[in-house]
Design a protein around this ligand. Sequence first.
Ligand code: AMP
Length: 181
Amino acid sequence: MSILSETDKQIILDSIRDIPDFPKPGIIFKDITTLLSNPKALNTLMSHLEERYKSYDLDYIAGIDARGFIFGSILADRLGLGFVTIRKKGKLPYTTVAEKYSLEYGFDEVEVHIDAFGDTKDARVLLIDDLIATGGTATAAASLINKVGAVCVEACFVMELDFLNGKKTIDAPVYSVLHID
Ligand code: AMP
């Protein structure tokens, strides 16, 4: 099990930029583009995740549209695993399974290809995204993984907004690299 030092945590945290009032007033948007363009911070993060998950006996990494694709595919390549996309509705070309979740006003929907995890029975899948806020997106994504016959072994986030307690509805253990209060 890999423990991230306080220094390394700070390197990652310092590379993420806060954008107040985006996309609407009152939201502090956590901008990870500055983490992606900082090779030292990105390498620190990805090496930590590689170290943590190399012993999990995973079959696939599944990333959430769109920032989860970036961290998820780097990690999948480092671990020699396949990568699966969980996308917003209407983007995947083949037969899909969908899951709705509620937003502040209305609903959104995520989808995965019905055969995304191939023929692997009970495929062990790590779900990954950049940030967990209310947890609605990740809860729906974890449920999709289970719906197509795989197992969501853990849900992993670069950041967790602790005050929203979003992890409570996810049907899997949750690991967040950074906790924001
Ligand atoms: P939620 O379903 O509320 O947990 O929202 C999670 C999704 O919305 C993730 O894909 C995040 O990338 C995005 N998100 C929510 N809040 C923020 C925020 N404050 N900064 C950056 N991304 C956010």
